[in-house]
Each structure stands twice: as structure tokens, then as C-alpha cells.
Design a protein around this ligand. Structure first.
Ligand SMILES: Cc1cc2nc3c(=O)[nH]c(=O)nc-3n(C[C@H](O)[C@H](O)[C@H](O)COP(=O)(O)OP(=O)(O)OC[C@H]3O[C@@H](n4cnc5c(N)ncnc54)[C@H](O)[C@@H]3O)c2cc1C
Length: 337
């Protein structure tokens, strides 16, 4: 694919400024395409996000990430050199019900520095990203797509549209008749209730993170043990996925009480601040069969962890694959003319 660059303005819209959308955007821009990214949230980064709280904040989406695929190793090395990520080290434990044991094996955990959302902001800088814009549908046809947001405002025209959001959200936007929705509507995700806790005094526990094998709690992360964070004692607790599903329709208040009580039974301390967030599409249940899917006739592409499997590494690679699929399709069309 090296060498071929588009030589006419070719406009691509990307719905979603998570890791897959941002990596697709960066790759497409480097190949010469004109790209505009749309996201409903206030900040870029998708599920790699931070809930603001003074002082400090809570990484209430992905708590950390691992780095394993070759393409991701390369970009992550640059982020590290630029100071946007740091390694998170310390004591990590596993609870099987009776006490906490150190985890077995070596896991290299990385975090955005000084918070998870800083990384998304860094990745979005220099790109054309339109935030707080929830796209509802797209109208038109290949080569002439218009995006319509929830207020009825229209954006476009675009030659091509990439959907980088979770499958069920993409399905609502994909036009009737396009075969891509056959896949997006079947993408499955585990849901997750997340509770954020702030304590008036430091807890005496030595652990920076704990994974729970049974019970309501799935895992717990000590925010102030991550590099660059405020020193105030703050934890993010993820409920177990079955517990989350079972309590899907409970109120935030009910979940906050239930999870903070479960955590207090471990620490003996009650929190001074508690809030909860429900992620309907927390982690994809997919195990990476196809990283992205393109329909060259419709000029539509789907990417994200719903295809690649969960994790920031996989989502990033999915966006790169999406961009390369589009470029390959355009190069093939150009060679037939
Ligand atoms: C609780 C939790 C724990 C996790 N733990 C880990 C972990 O330990 N390690 C790890 O690597 N990963 C973890 N993840 C998963 C990781 O965050 C995701 O796999 C990854 O962020 C997916 O990136 P993405 O680009 O595919 O999707 P997203 O990050 O979800 O990006 C999609 C974007 O699309 C936007 N969007 C959706 N619909 C619309 C619309 N209609 N209009 C405009 N914009 C729209 C959303 O606002 C979002 O910004 C976790 C996630 C959660 C929630």
C-alpha cells in the first residue's frame, strides 16, 4: 500500500473518537484523506476516560491497558517518550474469598499520564474532531453521505463513513439494506457497574489493585497509586459482570450503596464520596476474528472493539485496519479507471 496517496479531496467522516476512531483518523490523514471525527461526549478517548473531581479524578472506564501488538508497541513507545503514558507498578492482588494473595505472573500495566483522558486529548490534537455531537443517522449514498445529529443539524457531504462505536449504537445509524448491520447488531458486550470512592484518610491496605474471583466485586483500583495522580485516597470498583447484569436496572444510588458496602467489608472504612456509572457496553465479548469490516460498494466501514476484541491495544489496531481497508479499496478503484 506504500506509495499510493489520494490526489483528490476525498472526505471521510468517523463516528466515535475512541481509540479505534482516533487511530483510523490518524492513519487516514497520513494517507492524504480529509477526515472529520464526530463524538457525542465532551472529550475524546471514548471508554479511556476520566471522571473529573477536585482534587484528582477517577479513571472510570478502562483502568489501565497492556501493550502487545507490534503496531501498538510502536505508537505506545512514542507516547511514552512524549510523556502521555506511564507504567503503573506496585502490589496487585487476587481475592478468592479468604484473604488477598499476590497475583501470579507478570502483567505490564500502562496508564494515561497524568490521567487516562489526557491520552485521548493528545491523540485528538491536530485532528478535526467535533465533540458533543450525537449522530443519529446518515442519509444519501456512497460518495454523498450526510450525517444528521440529534438536533437535526447536517454535516457533509462525505465520500465515506466509518462507524467506530459499539455495534448496537452503529446499527442505529447504518442505512437499511447495508449488509454491515447484520454483523453490528450481533456484537455482544459485557455490561459493568463502576463505583467511585473517595476516602477522608488513607486506607491501610497495601494493594494497588485487587481482582475478585467471587461475589459482587469484580476488581478494584487505587487511583492515587497510579503515576501522576493526586495523593487523596480514591478507588474505582468494578462490579462483577454477572452481578452487573443482574442489577442492570437498579438506580445509581442503590448500586453505590451496595458496592461501597461490599468494599467496606474488606477495608473497614466508609467513603466520604461515592458515585456510580453504568457502562452498557463496557467490554466486548468478541475474541478478535476480524479487526474491521468494509463495504466498498456502500463506502461504509465498521471498526472498534466489537470486532477486534476488548482492550485499547485491540481497538487501536482495529482503527488502523479500517483505514488501510478504505485505502486499499480506493487504490483498487483508481487502478480500474
Ligand atoms: C469498565 C471498563 C473496564 C475496562 N477495562 C479495560 C482494561 O483493563 N484494559 C483495556 O485495555 N481496556 C479495558 N476496557 C475496554 C476499552 O476501554 C475498550 O475496549 C476501548 O476503549 C474500545 O475503544 P473503541 O474505540 O472501540 O470504542 P469507544 O472507546 O467506546 O469509542 C466509541 C466512541 O463513540 C462515541 N459514540 C457512540 N455513539 C455515538 C453517536 N451516535 N454519535 C457520536 N458519537 C458516538 C462514544 O462517545 C465513544 O467516544 C474497559 C472498558 C470499561 C468501560
Amino acid at each position: 500500500m506504500a506509495g499510493y496517496k489520494v490526489n483528490t479531496p476525498f472526505r471521510i467522516a468517523i463516528v466515535g473518537a475512541g481509540f479505534s476512531g482516533l487511530s483510523a483518523a490518524k492513519e487516514l490523514v497520513s494517507l492524504g484523506y480529509e477526515v472529520e471525527v464526530f463524538d457525542k461526549s465532551r472529550g475524546p478517548g471514548g471508554r479511556a476516560c476520566t471522571r473529573r473531581r477536585e482534587p484528582g479524578g477517577f479513571d472510570h472506564g478502562a483502568p489501565y491497558f497492556e501493550i502487545s501488538s507490534p503496531g501498538f508497541i510502536q505508537v505506545a513507545r512514542q507516547w511514552y517518550q512524549q510523556g502521555f503514558i506511564a507504567q503503573w507498578t506496585g502490589s496487585f492482588g487476587v481475592s478468592r474469598g479468604g484473604g488477598i494473595q499476590p497475583e501470579q505472573g507478570v502483567v505490564n500495566r500502562w496508564v494515561g499520564y497524568p490521567k487516562m483522558s489526557a491520552l485521548g486529548r493528545h491523540l485528538a490534537s491536530g485532528l478535526n474532531v467535533r465533540l458533543q455531537t450525537r449522530i443519529e443517522r446518515i442519509t444519501g449514498a456512497a460518495g454523498q453521505w450526510t450525517l444528521v445529529d440529534e438536533t437535526g443539524a447536517e454535516y457533509g457531504e462525505f465520500d465515506w463513513v466509518v462507524f467506530s462505536c459499539p455495534g448496537p449504537q452503529a446499527t442505529k445509524m447504518i442505512p437499511d439494506g447495508c449488509p454491515l448491520s447484520d454483523s453490528t447488531e450481533h456484537m455482544e458486550y459485557a455490561m459493568c457497574w463502576v463505583t467511585m470512592l473517595e476516602f477522608a484518610k488513607p486506607l491501610s491496605m497495601k494493594w494497588n489493585a485487587i481482582r475478585f474471583i467471587r461475589g459482587a466485586l469484580g476488581s478494584a483500583f487505587r487511583e492515587n497509586s497510579k503515576p501522576g495522580r493526586d495523593a487523596k485516597e480514591r478507588w474505582v470498583v468494578h462490579a462483577d459482570s454477572h452481578w452487573s447484569k443482574l442489577n442492570e436496572d437498579r438506580s445509581e444510588h442503590w448500586v453505590s450503596a451496595a458496592l461501597s458496602e461490599s468494599f467496606a467489608s474488606l477495608t473497614g472504612a466508609s467513603a466520604a464520596f461515592v458515585a456510580s456509572h453504568r457502562w452498557l457496553y463496557a467490554q466486548s465479548a468478541q475474541r478478535g476474528i476480524r479487526s474491521a469490516m468494509t463495504d466498498s460498494q456502500w463506502q461504509l466501514t465498521v471498526c472498534g472493539d466489537g470486532l477486534s476484541g476488548p482492550g485499547l491495544d485491540a481497538a487501536w489496531s482495529s482503527g488502523v485496519t479500517a483505514a488501510q481497508d478504505i485505502h486499499l479499496s480506493q487504490r483498487t478503484k483508481a487502478s480500474h479507471h
